[in-house]
Design a protein around this ligand. Structure first.
Ligand SMILES: [Zn+2]
Length: 414
């Protein structure tokens, strides 16, 4: 296989605007979903410029941005500028777009294509929610999927986005924080308690995707299932696999399939949909325990190897943490770039490419082995201690890879 060509070409990073921390801005939101934007508009562009510089350097092509359009970091003007920076760097942006949820096309602001704005003007079109754990409030509105007016509005909204902005496409979500329980929805789908449902995807996404393709046939439209794929789905495909246009790309949640104990992903199992990518939350605040700052190179290798064998077109992981402030992410990003091109490689194959970072190929292989295998041998403890003492002597030198490896191991072995 040509190592310059990705085996998983539709791969990249998933990000929320508020917790993407690549710039030197000291405000660093680390968790949360419906957060207000806490930084300056300048930091919004700088965070993403630095991320896209890195993507360009590593040859990673796709970037999902939730919160691309938001009043508090510059609205439409800032989005146009971000997309110009993306175009310069060869990065293709998929705008995060909620359908009946997650703010619609325009995440936050008093804007015609913001879902909250729409529902304030048309309160009869809101979802009827049984529980008020997440009331209809900033960013948390839900529109009833049975109301034709909501679908017509969503169709117009995505056409506005795709004709006005230089995005490569969209990453659609239908919401995972509540369903409508109105009489119309109960007649269509029965009584439901789940936070999200395949039935709503099957009836809501086709007209929205068709509207998008009508104005931008080449646009890449991905849509989230919030769920993994398994043998049962492969045998009995859900209705959305029949109703959604086959050129749209189904985004499966790989988190439970390839977690710390990846037994939920039979080798070579294919999803029931024509085009597919996978998204993992490991390495983010969305796992328990929180792994936002964890080293996940073995997980990344596993995702890419299994994803390629299952016929996925791409893998998405989080891209919110800067490698400038995280040695773990320096390695995670390097691993992602490597295994996207060579998904069958071993960790040692990858480690051997890190010679420049660790002062030699052999040293790099040893370092990666230390980081990914049990580390309770007395010899190893002695070497860690030695490295830590060296670090104390050279504390003025930041980002010394060997010392950082030692510190990470020390923390784990204690
Ligand atoms: Zn309803």
């Amino acid at each position: 296989m040509d190592s310059k060509v990705s085996a998983l070409p539709l791969s990249g990073f998933w990000t929320w605007d508020h917790s993407t921390n690549w710039s030197a801005d000291v405000t660093k939101v680390e968790s949360g979903c419906f957060n207000r934007y806490a930084k300056t508009p300048e930091s919004f562009l700088e965070d993403y410029r630095l991320l896209m510089d890195a993507m360009s350097a590593q040859g990673i092509g796709w970037l999902i941005i939730w919160g691309l359009l938001r009043d508090s970091h510059g609205g439409e003007g800032a989005a146009h500028e971000l997309l110009r920076l993306a175009r310069e760097r060869g990065v293709r942006v998929l705008a995060g777009v909620g359908v009946n949820a997650y703010g619609g096309v325009y995440w936050e602001g008093d804007h015609p294509w913001n879902l909250g704005t729409w529902l304030r003007k048309n309160p009869a079109l809101r979802a009827a929610r049984r529980k008020s754990l997440m009331p209809n409030s900033c960013g948390r509105d839900i529109a009833c999927p049975s109301k034709e007016e909501n679908i017509a509005w969503a169709r117009q909204a995505v056409q506005w986005l795709l004709t006005r902005f230089d995005v490569a496409g969209m990453n659609l979500e239908t919401g995972d924080y509540g369903l409508c329980g109105c009489d119309d929805c109960r007649r269509a789908c029965g009584d439901r308690e789940a936070p999200c449902a395949f039935e709503d995807m099957a009836r809501v996404l086709p007209p929205v995707i068709d509207a998008a393709c009508a104005v931008r046939p080449e646009a890449v439209i991905t849509y989230a299932t919030y769920a993994p794929f398994d043998s049962a789905l492969a045998r009995t495909p859900p209705a959305f696999a029949r109703t959604i246009a086959p050129q749209a790309v189904c985004q499966w949640t790989l988190t439970p399939m390839a977690g710390p104990a990846p037994d939920g992903w039979p080798e070579g199992l294919r999803p029931p949909t024509a085009r597919n990518v996978g998204f993992s939350h490991w390495g983010s605040q969305w796992t328990a325990p929180n792994t936002r700052h964890a080293l996940i190179i073995e997980h990344i290798r596993n995702l890419c190897r299994r994803g390629a064998r299952s016929g996925l077109e791409g893998i998405f992981i989080h891209g919110e943490v800067s490698p400038e402030y995280s040695f773990a992410w320096r390695l995670n990003y390097a691993a992602f770039a490597h295994f996207l091109r060579r998904p069958q490689d071993s960790l040692e194959d990858f480690a051997a490419t890190l010679g420049a970072l660790f002062g030699g190929e052999e040293e790099a292989v040893v370092a990666v082995r230390w980081l990914t295998e049990p580390t309770d041998s007395p010899t190893l403890q002695a070497r860690i201690a030695e490295s830590l003492r060296r670090h104390e002597r050279h504390a003025a030198l930041p980002h010394r890879p060997w010392d950082q490896v030692a510190r990470m191991l020390w923390a784990r072995t204690l």
